[in-house]
Write a protein that binds this ligand. Structure first.
Ligand code: GLN
Length: 277
């Protein structure tokens, strides 16, 4: 039988050979998971032996990881904005990029006081809506997605993290969403077909593909948002690095008055905000 340390090194070596960028981290997360201990406890357990059933379970996960399955899908969870979200292969894995959407929305909300109404469109796992709700317990928050499956995941996350705090709607963009909002947020699909191929994470195509230039969702969502925002409302949009000037033009022609870009820590524009007034 092998020790925890040996098992970990063996798993990491296999991941490294397949070109995985974070082999030791991934192997550690997967081994801690099958042993049902934390990563800190895993370090202390290096000299212990790994039970055969746990070794087998670890091997199976390493094999899937070698085939490109993301760690978040293998663990069934992903951390976002300090909260832990359940995920499965039917939803986009929350990205640190989208934390900027939350941050920008929270800053805008301070201008509206406790009465702000916020809607998150294309919510997927619900991460943006739930993170905002977590930071602003008194705001009125709803979220929607076209995928029924995504909504069951979002509902599970909302029930677990903040029961009753977020209303959920099945809707093609904003079509079936009732009400008017001070802020609408969205991380819609915005990749081109080629970009999805290079990503190769097995995430749902519908959550990633934004048409030939990746901008189709914004062509739909921006005019719909105009109808649903209050006269001093804001639309907060995540998009790919090179898309923000196009989005600015779309916002401008839909009648948005103030348009601002927001950069992530790496200095790339990730979020564009359209203000109605
Ligand atoms: N940010 C994701 C990526 O580049 C794409 C998410 C999306 O299409 N909304 O991997």
């Amino acid at each position: 039988m092998m020790t925890v340390g040996e098992t970990l090194r063996e798993g990491a070596a296999r991941l490294r050979r397949t070109g995985c960028a974070t082999p030791l981290l991934d192997a550690g997360l997967l081994l801690a998971e099958v042993m049902e201990i934390s990563r800190e406890e895993l370090l202390a357990a290096y000299p212990d032996t790994v039970a055969p059933a746990q070794y087998k379970a670890f091997e199976a996960r390493i094999a899937m990881r070698c085939r490109g399955v993301p760690v978040a899908y293998l663990l069934g969870r992903k951390e976002f904005y300090g909260l832990e979200f359940a995920v499965d292969s039917g939803v986009l894995i929350p990205r640190p990029d989208s934390e900027l959407v939350v941050q920008v929305a929270l800053e805008l909300m301070t201008g509206f006081g406790a009465a702000a109404r916020i809607h998150d469109c294309c919510t997927g796992s619900g991460c943006i809506a739930i993170a905002i709700a977590h930071a602003c317990p008194h705001a009125d928050i709803s979220a929607s997605d076209i995928s029924r499956h995504a909504l069951t995941i979002a509902a599970r996350n909302a029930a677990h993290l903040l029961p009753g705090a977020v209303r959920l709607y099945t809707s093609d963009y904003l079509r079936n969403v009732p009400g008017t909002f001070e802020i609408i947020t969205a991380n819609p699909p915005y990749l081109t077909a080629t970009e999805i191929e290079t990503l190769a994470t097995g995430e749902p195509h519908d959550a990633l593909y934004g048409g030939a230039d990746g901008l189709d969702p914004y062509r739909r969502l921006i005019p719909e948002a105009v109808e649903k925002l209050s006269s001093n409302g804001y639309l907060v949009l995540e998009a790919g690095r090179d898309q923000h000037e196009h989005i600015k033009r779309l916002l401008h022609s839909a009648g948005f008055r103030s348009i601002t870009h927001h950069r992530d820590l790496a200095g790339h524009t990730r979020v564009t905000v359209g203000g109605m007034s």
